[in-house]
Design a protein around this ligand. Structure first.
Ligand code: SIN
Length: 293
């Protein structure tokens, strides 16, 4: 455990290859530049931060997110909080008109956010308002986070050398969705807006310089300069490597939890093991990122 300033704030690495828990910070309050720097540094170092027992209004959530960088507005406008479009609702709850209150199947296959864009998001800050529970009151709907940096560290020198300078091709229309996904097919315009993007297969963290794998099966369709089938095999091998249990932190949510993750060093997956009347509602804000290098 690291004690940051006179017995108030603590940063404790999670018992996992990614993440740390911070206590002693009330995110509903405006933070001093010193505390914000401490949070930002821990975010870059641990690639995932957990704060428990928070109570955030949409304005407070947005203010905290915006203090880490400009915020993005999600493309799926119907799932934005009307009064605060910076907030994307993630939820299986049904509205009166029969539509979902939020995006019901967000993140239900392994991915890193908006990697099909030239400038993928830096990360998201997810705030849990309602968490589904089983008959024994055990939380359902966990989220798994895999450290792509720890997975990279363990590769052989030969494979690291081989991957050096290689680029993986990300294709949004190929992004894997759950089998029962209710998402509409991408329109012609959306397809035109999301052409294939080649990103380094190994990216360098913009703040720490740590290297991490940056590809995954279910969106990446090949490796530039490699025959299609060989590229696909390599992507599949590396994805299976990243999602080995030893690289994963599995979060069991409680209402009031806030988790922020770093897309430059992780993949994540939301587990859908619940259904109505078990309700799940989270608010998400997303921070802009830079071009991966
Ligand atoms: C996401 O991928 O943004 C959603 C994660 C979750 O709902 O647990």
């Amino acid at each position: 455990m690291i004690q940051v300033s006179e017995n108030t704030i603590t940063i404790t690495p999670l018992n996992a290859p990614i993440g740390a828990e911070i206590t002693g910070v009330d995110l509903s309050q405006e933070q001093s530049p010193k505390v914000m720097k401490m949070i930002d540094d821990a975010y870059n170092k641990y690639n995932l931060l957990l704060f428990r027992n928070q109570q955030l209004t949409p304005d407070q959530h947005i203010r905290f997110g915006a203090s880490l960088g400009p915020l993005e507005i999600h493309v799926l406008k119907r799932y934005l909080l009307q009064s605060h479009p910076e907030i994307l609702l993630i939820s299986n709850i049904l509205r009166e008109d029969g539509d979902f209150l939020g995006l019901p199947d967000a993140g239900q296959t392994w991915h890193t956010d908006t990697s099909y864009r030239q400038k993928p998001s830096r990360g998201s800050i997810l705030y849990a308002l309602e968490i589904p529970r089983d008959e024994n009151q055990q939380a359902l709907g966990d989220t798994l986070f895999a450290s792509t940096a720890a997975a990279y560290d363990d590769l052989t020198k030969e494979l690291k050398d081989f991957l050096h300078g290689k680029k993986a091709i990300h294709r949004y229309s190929q992004r894997k969705r759950p089998v029962d996904s209710k998402r509409e097919k991408l329109t012609k315009e959306q397809l035109q807006e999301t052409p294939d993007i080649a990103h380094p297969a190994v990216r360098t963290h913009p703040h720490t310089g740590r290297k991490a794998l940056y590809l995954f099966e279910g969106e990446c369709v090949g490796i530039e300069g490699m025959p299609e089938e060989e590229g696909a095999k390599l992507i599949s091998y590396l994805t299976q490597h990243i999602i080995r249990p030893k690289y994963i932190y599995r979060h069991k949510w409680n209402e009031g939890d806030v988790i922020m993750w770093d897309n430059a060093a992780s993949l994540h997956l939301a587990v859908c093991d619940y259904k109505l009347p078990q309700r799940r509602l989270l608010h998400r804000v997303t921070i802009e990122g830079g071009v991966p290098f």
